[in-house]
Design a binder for this molecule. Structure first.
Ligand SMILES: [Zn+2]
Length: 172
């Protein structure tokens, strides 16, 4: 029987190491400021990290960088849910679902990314976002309705199996 499991490792930021001591959004330390050289114009830019950003940014600072590649990120939850999913291959694959993080891309062309926004990984490397607070609330409400539907399905399944056992004369 396959088990649902929680993984302690969140999806990592692809090109950044994490600071040794991750901080949560609730930490009130002042955001860090740092500078990088614009790879396109050669002009230096200052960046003030999003509150709670736990990326090191060494790679951004150590060489000229395209501003659109600059981002800050914080993972409010340090765990994700991994479940076996069959992608019509007949062989279930361990798939991470509903990982979330908050990011900001200060030089993005898309204004929705210039502000702190949420990203939700629906399933391995398939995302919803950028989500502003209202859109994230809509998503949460929709998922909550699905969870309630799952609870109803669970109750119906328990009843159906109990009736089946009774009908079969008690053989489980
Ligand atoms: Zn940052």
């Amino acid at each position: 029987m396959q088990q649902l499991s929680t993984a302690a490792t969140p999806p990592s930021a692809e090109t950044h190491d994490r600071a040794p001591d991750s901080v949560a959004l609730t930490v009130t330390t002042a955001p860090r400021s740092w500078a990088f050289e614009n790879a396109i114009t050669g002009v230096p830019h200052w960046v003030t990290c999003m509150q709670g950003c736990d990326l090191v940014h060494d790679a951004d600072m150590s060489r000229p960088t395209d501003p659109t590649d600059i981002y800050c990120r914080v993972d409010p939850e340090d765990s994700s849910l991994t479940i076996p999913v069959d992608f019509n291959t007949g062989v279930p694959e361990a798939s991470r679902i509903l990982s979330t993080w908050i990011g900001v891309e200060p030089f993005a062309r898309d204004i929705a990314r210039q502000l702190p926004h949420a990203m939700v990984e629906v399933i391995d490397e398939h995302y919803i976002g950028p989500l502003d607070p209202d859109l994230l609330a809509v998503l949460i409400d929709g998922l909550a309705r699905r969870v309630e539907a799952l609870r109803r399905t669970h109750a119906q399944l328990c009843a159906a199996r109990a009736e089946y056992v009774t009908r079969s004369g008690g053989a489980a």
